[in-house]
Ligand binder design. Sequence first.
Ligand code: C2E
Ligand code: MG
Ligand code: MG
Ligand code: MG
Length: 279
Amino acid sequence: FAKRMGKSNYQFYRDSINSKITGNIGMESLLRKAIDRNEFSLFYQPQIETKTNRIYGAEALIRWHNEKLGMVSPGEFIPLAEETGLIVPIGEWVIKEACRQNIAWQNAGFNCFPVSVNLSIRQFYQTDLTETIKRIIQDSGLDPQFLELEITESMAMDSETSSVILKDLKNLGVKIAMDDFGTGYSSLSNLKKFPIDHLKIDQSFVKDISADVDDRDIVATIIMLAHNLHIKTIAEGVETIDHVEFLTKHDCNVLQGYYFSKPLPAQDFENWMNNWKKQ
Ligand code: C2E
Ligand code: MG
Ligand code: MG
Ligand code: MG
């Protein structure tokens, strides 16, 4: 019986790999053409400062709409883009578009705020990353303090190299956020070593705030730790009033999540900002 099970498991495994590969080849060739065909867009999710209840920033999140595939979530195509190297031109497009949109909002008279973009690991270790970003910022005319780069702990595993890269980036005048904090391997000493402006508490901890005493302690401890290192905290995945109250009580600086808004297309985000101001 064990042998039969083993065999059928193997068969199942192989089939799923095969379909994954053929599926990916199809997807890969569509992904290659996606930039030229204007199939990407950025959605924006507001970040609210607890102390003032004002817009503190926005995170730009990529969306891919393809005729054949429909809406493909970044969770599905970013890993493929990473694997194939396509993430480099895609990532460049994301930074350009985020800068362009931010300038457009500033010109339209909205209060200035940073827009953050997610970097992938391959992008992070490109030798010309700093030069590329510098050029994009200059071409866009954006004041660099209004661009924020999000990296994750796992990207910064090689702490010597990462701290050099991060310092180069920081010298451009941009802001740096550590995304998904608490989920990856990380050395706490990195937090002290890296020039980090914001630490984003992963949504998995925020989600269980109301139910799980341990997660409550973890969140409170992360906030304290960050503040001792003079790093501001942003909570991700804030969905309920309970989350808002707990995080506000523990001095979390900034909140982001469905409680305030889902990520929105630029035009909807503008409407959202206009409504928020009126409150
Ligand atoms: P992330 O950077 O941690 O982004 C937060 C994710 O949580 C987003 O998913 C967002 O839509 C979702 N989210 C926000 N608020 C809530 C909430 O209250 N509840 C729940 N359950 N989820 C919430 P999304 O847009 O699907 O992006 C997933 C991941 O894909 C991102 O995680 C990021 O790692 C990656 N990603 C997105 N855009 C880009 C990009 O332009 N470049 C790269 N390299 N990665 C990207
Ligand atoms: Mg992020
Ligand atoms: Mg995150
Ligand atoms: Mg995440």
